[in-house]
Design a protein around this ligand. Sequence first.
Ligand SMILES: C[S@@+](CC[C@H](N)C(=O)[O-])C[C@H]1O[C@@H](n2cnc3c(N)ncnc32)[C@H](O)[C@@H]1O
Length: 258
Amino acid sequence: MTKNILMICSAALLVVLFGCGDPQSPPVDAAAGPDQQAQRREAINTLARAIGDTEGLDQQTAQEFMKVMREAPVFKNKFLGVRTLQNPTDAWIVMEIMYEVRPDLIVETGTYHGGSAPFWAIILEHINPAGRVITIDIEDQRTRRAKNLPIAKKRVDFLLGSSTDPEIVAEVHRRAEGKRVLVLLDSLHSKEHVAAELEAYAPLVPVDGYLIVQDTMVGPIAAIDEFLAANDSFVADRGRERYADTNTVRGYLKRVKP
Ligand SMILES: C[S@@+](CC[C@H](N)C(=O)[O-])C[C@H]1O[C@@H](n2cnc3c(N)ncnc32)[C@H](O)[C@@H]1O
């Protein structure tokens, strides 16, 4: 597993392990004993340091990360046999937004093993029979099973490259022309990368549509706050955060004007 993935998955992991609500002080599992809580707090600190260090992780940190990661429930999630790093409650909210927005095209950044794109696609098929999903990743880590899923073959297009590479951005804009687009950002969760993704993909979102930023608890939340301060076309639709364990704090961004 690459350094990038370690860092990307950290935000999700923090929330999965500790719940969320207030990003500054994640609650510990009430059922855990004091020792376990202390261990988990230490793990959080390790991960927080790791996320802040954009130069990457040293070997010991990576090992600690892997140990914690193996225990995190989200890394056991599978959709049609493909590992899928989605918090189930957020996936449910995305499903509701999809039904309301009725997109022609979903643009997802961050494919990983290729589980989430067919998950969106199978729902989209029932909402808009012509709907498609574009999923973008800097590395092709899709499993053979993911590539061979009939729904993936039918409705999912994979683009290899960075979601902020100008050629990828231009290609997505070309394919999105005239389409009602829903954007879902789930790639590198650093502030800088998410800020660049917001700039690249927000223009695709129609009024009353959504741009969803996942795993906001670490870097993305700062990017979101700056984006919202500079841009009054979007608001954070906090009503979507009705589950306490959302990983999408201030991340359900709704376009309210052109
Ligand atoms: C959290 S995982 C995506 C999980 C996936 N959406 C799911 O639910 O299973 C993040 C992914 O972002 C990818 N990634 C990292 N940097 C990227 C970049 N600059 N552009 C696109 N994808 C990137 C990683 O390779 C990794 O597969």
